[in-house]
Design a protein around this ligand. Structure first.
Ligand SMILES: *Cc1c(COP(=O)(O)O)cnc(C)c1O
Length: 388
């Protein structure tokens, strides 16, 4: 299937056996346990799957925590879109990110992590609190990564575009700076439609599928894509930790993939218009959007990314102005999360980035907007009213 264009893959990947099965929609298998052909094949199947491999011919899937065909279909489709050897789906983005960190530590026998800020608040918190027994050196620029590396560094973590102020990180340069150390990129904001970090050498690509991949605000899920070696390592963690994706979630994530390219492109067009409007508004100190003129000095859009995406942030100068804006909009829902078909607005310093150390939090006047599929002129009218 890998010769097909991404738009075609989004619709067809993970579905190539459906006609032979006599069905048209994705089948959902809810079995928590699976019949065993006999003791020997049962044991061999367990061994194959629990150690991170694929099910064996004529064997059993054993148990849903180890393998589920509905989840595996979604993983296969996502891996095709991310250009990776495989993918592993989780019950949430944070479960996937946690498993990737644990896999990197288990594979290397080390526990030091280098993390490039800014990061999603939850990821920052997991690393800053050493939840998984890691020890993290936080850096604020790509140039500082090489100096932060130690002989016992297990993983380098970065996010691009980064949350909430949309900084772009040059993945190829980061991978070069990391040397032998694997790099994990959180690709939630870009999605595989706009960016494939694996093509630039990232070992693992993490997504909160709760956001664009699900796309409709009705599923929590995550996925980690990578080479076969990393997929097996991450699967072993998932089998043991139990952070699996439920088949109904996998169904929704897989269904979301079909419209992901058209949603991303349409939402991105809307975001460009809204960002251009806000950039001219007196009440706005600054707009953070990689698609604005001079906002991408490294020239990563067009080389690393296929477009600037549909997330933006504005600095309205004060906490009070941010509170008023988030309260006074009507079409935008004031809520965390992002990437759905409807527009959301939220104040990172009080919400998504609350777990981050106060001195590292985004400014009090910064408000983050996730642009949905509404007509951008309606969104602009709503923002104009709320900004006064
Ligand atoms: C939401 C989000 C996460 C966490 O994902 P959950 O599905 O909420 O666990 C991680 N990274 C980014 C960039 C996110 O936006």
């Amino acid at each position: 299937m890998d010769h097909l264009s991404p738009d075609t893959l989004a619709v067809h990947a993970g579905r190539d056996d459906l006609t032979a099965l006599g069905v048209h929609a994705l089948p959902i298998d809810l079995s928590s346990t699976n019949p065993l052909p006999d003791i020997e094949l049962g044991g061999d199947s367990y061994e194959a799957i629990a150690t991170g491999g694929d099910p064996i011919d004529g064997g059993s899937f054993i148990y849903q925590r180890l393998w589920n065909p509905t989840v595996a279909r979604f993983e296969q489709a996502l891996a095709l879109l991310e250009h990776t050897g495989g993918a592993v789906a989780f019950g949430s983005g944070m479960a996937g990110i946690g498993a990737a960190i644990q896999a990197a530590c288990l594979e290397s026998g080390h526990r030091h992590v280098v993390a490039l800020r800014p990061l999603y608040g939850g990821t920052d918190q997991v690393l800053a609190t050493n939840l998984y027994g890691t020890e993290t050196t936080f850096v604020h620029s790509l140039e500082a990564v090489a100096d932060a590396l130690r002989p016992d560094t297990a993983l380098v973590v970065a996010e691009t575009p980064a949350n909430p102020t949309l900084e772009l990180v040059d993945i190829k340069a980061l991978v070069a700076a990391a040397g032998e150390v694997p790099v994990m990129i959180d690709n939630t904001f870009a999605t595989p439609v706009l960016q494939n970090p694996g093509d630039f050498g990232a070992a693992m690509v993490a997504h909160s599928a709760t956001k664009y991949i699900g796309g409709h605000g009705d599923v929590i899920g995550g996925v980690v894509a990578g080479s076969r070696r990393w997929v097996e390592a991450v699967r072993r963690v998932r089998a043991a930790s139990g952070a699996l994706a439920h088949p109904l979630s996998a169904y929704l994530m897989h269904r979301g993939l079909a419209t992901l390219p058209v949603r991303i492109r349409a939402q991105q067009e809307g975001a460009k218009v809204v960002a251009g409007y806000l950039a001219e508004h007196d009440a706005v100190e600054r707009v953070f959007y990689p698609g604005l003129p001079d906002a991408d000095p490294q020239g990563l859009i067009g080389t690393q990314m296929r477009g600037p995406g549909a997330m933006l942030a504005v600095d309205v100068r004060t906490h009070e102005a941010a509170a008023r804006l988030t309260h006074d909009v009507q079409l935008f829902t004031h809520a965390v999360s992002l990437g759905g078909v409807d527009s959301l607005i939220q104040h990172p310093a009080s919400l998504t980035h609350r777990p981050v150390a106060p001195e590292e939090r985004p400014g009090a006047g910064i408000v983050r907007l996730s642009i949905g599929l509404e007509d951008p002129s309606d969104l602009i009218d709503d923002l104009a009213r709320a900004l006064g």
